[in-house]
Design a protein around this ligand. Structure first.
Ligand code: SDX
Length: 375
């Protein structure tokens, strides 16, 4: 037995999904470098890759896309439930609640076969965009917009969110962000999902666990905190003072550092180019300039400690420039990570062992039970 708080140095099993080299800043999905996937692939194709450990041929991709699109609709029961959710609820709480609710409307919820768990994952992956978009509209007093089954996930999401067709560049930008966020080894939310399915629970419960875990600001919630940080700083002339003060007070700069990467997160490298392009096109260049200033100072001050921008740092400026409301940033992360969460849950399901670590007991022994009147 060995103590490993935070499990930094613990390998819990084998996986064919993501390879991460934290020292060199490398990320591969089933052996394919993330940069190649961001340039050439789509969210649907990457989801197929993660769920099947190979790229699809043209017919397989078309069939997979059709399968996802056949599940886009929320349906009357889930839509009625969504209408009952308080308008001021946090979108991550809403998403967690609605994915959990999907377990109550699925007659096959207790079917634990691989096919059934995969079907549940497909439903959650396909319906998450509609849950996020419909809630975003309902809380503004607008009616949900029905999905269009002839659109891909990214384009359909922006269509349902805004009620108008997005530009090709915006749709492709969201699609690439979904590719970049799709999987990342045994991160906290993926581990949470695996622990859940390992008890022979179900996919809805596993994905609900994952969403609840992702929302934390040390994990997926960081992208929203990065945006609030940039807004709080306000202008580029305030950046140096803010960073110096944060480092002096040992408070964490959101969007920096990583448990595995001690070099630049390859996703951040890609997102930075996106942030620059989209911020310039949308008049948000100041946000980008502030971000690169923060990165320059952090690399100078703590780069030697292996603290570099992670996936959340430049995704904030990218999403903001694309017009996403800030509290939808983490739900969009979850939208994409449904692919990776499900991939690891199905992988665990196929070679399962209950995940049950120990802890070092440090309490007393041999204590008496003192009757309450004597306490
Ligand atoms: C994601 O695991 C994954 O793969 C996650 C993810 C995915 O795709 O699933 O990549 C997505 O969650 C990215 C991370 C998003 N979180 C943030 O941006 C929040 C800010 N980052 C930190 O909280 C932190 O870097 C963590 C939580 C991400 C990782 O922290 P660790 O590995 O527990 O390291 P640590 O907190 O022990 O820090 C080690 C040192 C400390 O200094 P010392 O006490 O040794 O002097 O590095 C410092 C920390 O103070 N440090 C930071 C810092 N992060 C670490 N200092 C300033 N700013 C930071 N952001």
């Amino acid at each position: 037995m060995h103590m490993d708080k935070g499990l930094d140095h613990t390998i819990i099993g084998e996986s064919t999904k993501s390879f991460i080299d934290g020292q060199k800043g490398i990320l591969e999905f089933n052996g394919i470098d993330i940069d190649a996937l961001a340039r050439h692939s789509t969210f649907e194709e990457v989801t197929f890759l993660l769920w099947n450990d190979r790229l699809p041929n043209a017919d397989e991709l078309a069939a997979f896309e059709a399968e996802i699109r056949s599940e886009y609709e929320l349906g009357p029961e889930l839509l009625d439930m969504l209408r009952l959710v308080p308008r001021d609820a946090s979108p991550m709480h809403v998403l967690r609640t609605m994915v959990s609710a999907m377990g109550t409307t699925d007659p096959d919820c207790n079917d634990q076969s691989f096919e059934s768990e995969r079907a549940k994952a497909m439903k959650v992956l396909a319906k998450t965009p509609a849950i996020i978009a419909a809630f975003s509209r309902l809380r503004k007093g607008e009616e949900p917009v029905a999905p269009k089954p002839d659109l891909n996930v990214a384009t359909n999401f922006l269509w349902m969110l805004n009620g108008e067709m997005p530009g090709e560049a915006s749709a492709r930008a969201i699609d690439v962000c979904l590719v970049l966020h799709a999987d990342h080894g045994i991160n906290a939310s993926t581990f949470s999902a695996m622990v859940t399915i390992a008890t022979q629970s179900d996919m809805y419960s596993a994905l609900t666990s994952a969403i609840g875990t992702l929302r934390g600001p040390l994990h997926g919630g960081a992208n929203e905190r990065v945006m609030h940080m940039l807004q709080d700083i306000g202008s580029i002339d305030k950046v140096d003072g803010f960073v110096a003060e944060s480092l002096a007070s040992k408070s964490k700069i959101m969007g920096f550092g990583h448990r595995v990467y001690k070099a630049l997160d390859p996703r951040a490298k890609y997102l930075r180019t996106f942030a620059e392009k989209i911020a310039d096109e949308t008049g948000n260049h100041d946000l980008y300039a502030m971000s690169t200033r923060i990165q320059d100072i952090m690399e100078r001050e703590v780069g030697d400690k292996g603290i570099y921008p992670n996936v959340d740092f430049y995704s904030a400026t990218t999403y903001f420039s694309l017009g996403l409301e800030i509290d939808l940033f983490t739900p969009v992360f979850a939208l994409s990570r449904n692919a990776g969460w499900a991939a690891h849950v199905l992988e665990q399901h196929q070679d399962n062992r209950l995940i049950r670590p120990r802890c070092q007991y440090t309490g007393p022994h041999g204590s008496d039970y003192v009757p309450i009147e004597e306490r």
